[in-house]
Design a protein around this ligand. Structure first.
Ligand code: CS2
Length: 513
């Protein structure tokens, strides 16, 4: 038996001065940070993205804003980031290259999983001028197909009955704004950093839907004092694994329970619409723009669309990570052709971006073998993602009478992924999606009849708008892809759609001549 090695020292303020010189670390006085902003949802993405931009500002002495990090859902932060004084290691990884940095911008963390009170204390305090959030697509409790607040959502039902003890994100924000209005009245900016289209508009809609039911002037006060800018955020930063924690221990000789790993690329485009002060993230690589829409379409349809495609088809092909899926020549060919032939023509011109080069850059990012992004992680909550990633470009193409031979395949892939997680199809893998139960009920009722399965799923009008669901070309394309994806050779669906779209491509010049 090997002798147990002594426990490693844990990262924290005392260790900072003794860290290996290879590790970049905060050079600024963390004790002097003014915690002027809060962040809801301190997961891997926040720690790899907004917190790093803020750390850049602090390192360049361009600002002195610190972040109060709040979690209203698991995991608890106290035992990890909290016990490390808010410090954590951010590893940028590209194949064999590792670039370590300790980030210091999170000044304090607050756990508010058991009750909203700790979160409300922070969010309603006059010092907090800005709240950023990464609460996942489903955190907004909106109806994906319409963007309206889902009044049947159990958390919203709860918050409507208990407005002072909310549990949903919209409920907590509405209550925090109500407390601000009733106490100091200071304005605030609420900045969504989640991958939903027009995220600022959706956030404003769901908060105002609750506020307008208060009958105390809250909705008007919000309209006059709170800004909801939209933003496009980008950096691939999968959930941390024990191997990441182990890597830091092995290479750098300390324990860090809050390590995060991201790719080199990062981007943040923020709508210039603020109520009061905002950190000058534009000085460290973010852009403040008048309209985020072109950037948001580009990123969600190309990068995220490719990720969802590789994730669901990748699982069906028995592949574990994005990088494994894109290493498969058929899937790589498919995803490039889908993006170039079908997705790119749906995009608006994006200032400073050459579309084809952007596609290649995204595909290159997805090939990064050091980023262990599990296909199942990306396929999680697919019902909340497919509208902006796949259905919106499909809708745009159908409106112009253009082919959707390729884009329809990942939609069927998402259906096959959900259906095959059901008992009726032998629970091939565990799935986490608010619509998993509904898909299982449909599978139970119809069995392996692709037409009936597609009809049942397209009837979910909170995901599929009725116009799209009724489109015969769409229905036919998804049904034929699903039929093949459920067979013993799911990749036949991918091959077949490439052949079909190839013949369509050949025919097109003749037709337009
Ligand atoms: C991923 C995103 O899990 C997912 O849904 O597609 O988290 C993706 O990695 C980021 O949007 C990249 O910026």
């Amino acid at each position: 038996m090997r002798a147990a090695s002594p426990p490693l020292e844990t990262l924290g303020p005392e260790l900072l001065s003794r860290l290996p010189s290879a590790i970049q670390k905060p050079s600024y006085d963390r004790a002097a940070l003014a915690p002027g902003m809060a962040h809801l949802g301190v997961g891997a993405f926040h720690r790899c993205h907004q917190a790093e931009y803020t750390d850049d500002l602090l390192s360049h002495r361009l600002d002195a804003w610190g972040v109060v990090g709040i979690n209203i859902r698991p995991p608890r932060l106290a035992e990890t980031l909290g016990s490390q004084g808010g410090l954590y290691t951010r590893l940028i990884r590209q194949d064999n290259h590792v670039e370590p940095r300790v980030i210091g911008s999170i000044a304090r963390v607050v756990d508010s999983q058991d009750s909203a009170a700790p979160a409300l204390d922070v969010l309603s305090s006059p010092e907090i001028e800005l709240v950023t959030m990464t609460v996942t697509e489903k955190g907004y409790c909106h109806i994906p197909s319409s963007g309206a607040l889902d009044l049947d959502h159990p958390d919203i039902v709860h918050d409507l009955a208990n407005p002072t003890m909310p549990c949903s994100v919209p409920g907590i924000l509405a209550r925090a704004l109500e407390l601000r209005m009733a106490s100091h009245g200071r304005p605030a900016t609420l900045l969504s950093c989640d991958n939903i289209p027009t995220n600022g508009v959706i956030l404003e809609t769901v908060v105002q839907a609750l506020a307008s039911r208060r009958n105390n002037g809250l909705a008007d006060w919000i309209a006059g004092n709170v800004a909801f800018p939209s933003a496009m955020v980008d950096r691939i930063a999968p959930a941390t694994t024990p191997a990441d924690i182990e890597l830091v221990a092995r290479r750098f000789g300390y324990h860090d329970a809050a390590v995060v790993v991201g790719e080199p690329f990062r981007q943040w485009v923020i709508e210039q619409k603020f109520a009061g002060r905002v950190p000058r993230w534009d000085l460290v690589g973010a852009s403040f723009v008048g309209d985020v829409t072109p950037f948001e379409h580009l990123k969600m349809r190309v990068l995220n669309g490719a990720q969802t495609t590789l994730a669901t088809l990748g699982v069906l092909a028995g592949l574990e990570h994005t990088s494994d899926a894109i290493a498969d020549p058929l899937l790589a060919d498919f995803v490039r052709r889908m993006l170039v032939d079908e997705t790119l023509p749906t995009l608006m011109p994006v200032p400073g971006v050459a579309p084809l080069a952007y596609v290649e850059q995204c595909l290159g990012r997805l090939r990064n073998t050091a980023i262990r992004h599990r296909n199942h992680q990306i396929a999680t909550d697919g019902s909340q993602k497919i509208v902006q990633r796949l259905l919106n470009p499909i809708r745009d193409r159908l409106a112009k009478g253009e082919s959707i031979a390729l884009l329809s395949v990942p939609v069927a892939g998402w259906m096959a992924y959900l259906i095959q997680a059901s008992a009726r199809f032998g629970k091939r893998w565990p799935v986490s999606d608010p619509y998993a139960g509904k898909a299982a009920d449909i599978a139970e009722a119809t069995g392996r009849d692709p037409e009936a399965l597609v009809a049942g799923i397209l009837a979910i009008d909170t995901i599929f708008d009725p116009g799209l669901a009724a489109n015969r070309d769409f229905r036919r394309a998804v049904t034929s892809a699903l039929d093949r994806l459920l067979s013993d050779d799911p990749m036949a669906a991918v091959k077949r759609s490439l052949e079909q779209s190839g013949s369509h491509r050949l025919k097109r010049p003749a037709q337009s001549a």
